[in-house]
Design a binder for this molecule. Structure first.
Ligand code: PLP
Length: 395
């Protein structure tokens, strides 16, 4: 395979992260760094903080930025809230909640789980039952993955907040919005979310490398009571007006410049319009998969239709079909990059990312490329996938 020859035209990126970076964001990131005493630096930080608060719809939380990926965001939360022996409820959503639970355990925490049912979102009744069972009120927090990117399944945060309240449990509500923010509705304060975690390379349309955590007073108070050693991740140390403390050293200035530009793009589109666009593109993908699946070769992995993610669709293939071979043909022959299956779904699904800087033409190009790759592979898919997507878009 030749990897160094220039390929004419665009190569479509439909991974659910990293996602395409808009030109406006690339241009902002190309600016030369400034002297850290330059007044433009605090102005940039304050624009990023206020823009993130607006995007998260919070007035109550402080926002902390880390030069890190999403796992760094998870670690920031764990380092502040989990001491040896701390119990955390991590409801099962598949691969990403499994990974987060593993990280809790690595810090000496006890990760309690609710069962994961493939194709389904988190069952709020299971969360309520687990919290009711905890009569000693030892569970410090519930760590929820809003959209599990491996399965393309989004859980209902309002229902989960209700479940915590119905159990009368004081546990913090901590939500990973890495894959959902800017693609699906999320209102931190209205949902009663105490901590939200995200990363730059998905709906925020930046390259990987910047994580953020928003934490409200309840979360900061619990962190203050948590006797775990920490330094780089420490919210208390970072609650400062001095950028040197706020970022625990030099700030990731290029990523913040990119974030400022990305937040401006989201604001100019309008958040509700951005959500509607993601929902529309997602429906077109579901329509395409439905038509391809006539004959039984493939189907949308998330059976619960209302829980299908606006960001990414996992497509389950029938036994005998190799999704990795399909990906490779789609990428190398048709210039469309889609994602593979993670963890237990490896070899069972491929995934189409439809989040971030994405429009109808790009999505139709992706679907046509995937359809061409399926035909090239001799997969017995229904022929009407692209037509079904177009019909969904014009409806
Ligand atoms: C991508 C992702 C992560 C991990 O992010 P990395 O940047 O790969 O560490 C965590 N949670 C969710 C839901 C994700 O989609």
């Amino acid at each position: 395979m030749k990897t160094r020859v220039r390929i004419p035209g665009l190569r479509l990126l439909h991974s659910p992260g990293p996602t395409r970076v808009p030109e406006e964001v690339l241009a902002a990131m190309m600016r030369q760094p400034t002297d850290l005493a330059d007044p433009r630096v605090p102005a940039l930080v304050s624009a990023c903080e206020s823009g993130m608060k607006a995007l998260l719809q919070t007035e109550r939380a402080d926002v902390f930025f880390y030069a890190a990926n999403g796992h760094g965001g998870w670690e920031a939360v764990i380092a502040n809230l989990v001491a040896a022996g701390t119990s955390i409820l991590v409801p099962g959503t598949g691969h990403f909640s499994d990974g987060w639970a593993e990280q809790v355990a690595a810090f000496g925490g006890r990760a309690l789980r609710t069962p994961y049912v493939e194709g389904m979102p988190i069952d709020p009744a299971a969360v309520e039952a687990a919290l009711r069972e905890d009569t000693a009120r030892q569970i410090a927090a519930v760590f929820v993955v809003h959209t599990d990117t491996a399965s393309g399944t989004t859980s209902d945060l309002a229902a989960l907040r209700k479940a915590i309240d119905a159990a009368g449990h004081p546990a913090l509500f901590v939500v990973d919005v890495v894959a959902s923010l800017a693609a699906a509705p999320f209102a931190m304060d209205a949902l009663g979310v105490d901590v939200a975690i995200g990363a730059s390379q998905k709906g925020l349309m930046l390259p990987p490398g910047l994580a953020f955590v928003a934490a409200n007073e309840r979360a900061l108070a619990l962190a203050g009571d948590t006797p775990a050693p920490r330094f780089y991740w420490d919210w208390a140390r970072r609650r400062s007006d001095l950028n040197y403390l706020k970022f625990c050293g030099t700030l990731p200035i290029a990523h913040l410049a990119g974030l400022e530009a990305a937040l401006a793009l989201i604001e100019s589109e309008g958040l509700a319009a951005a959500h509607a666009r993601h929902a529309r593109l997602a429906r077109a993908v579901h329509a395409a998969v439905g038509a391809w699946g006539e004959g039984g070769a493939l189907r949308v992995f998330t059976r619960a239709v209302e829980a299908r993610s606006a960001s990414v669709t996992a497509i389950e293939v029938a036994p005998g079909i190799d999704p990795e071979a399909l990906r490779s043909v789609a990428r190398e022959r048709f210039q469309v990059a889609v994602a593979g299956g993670l963890g237990p779904l490896h070899g069972r699904v491929f995934r189409i990312g439809h989040l971030g800087d994405m429009n109808e033409a790009m999505l139709l190009g992706c679907l046509a490329g995937v359809q061409a790759a399926m035909l090239a592979q001799g997969i017995a898919c229904g022929p009407g996938g692209v037509d079904a997507a177009i019909a969904s878009l014009v409806a």
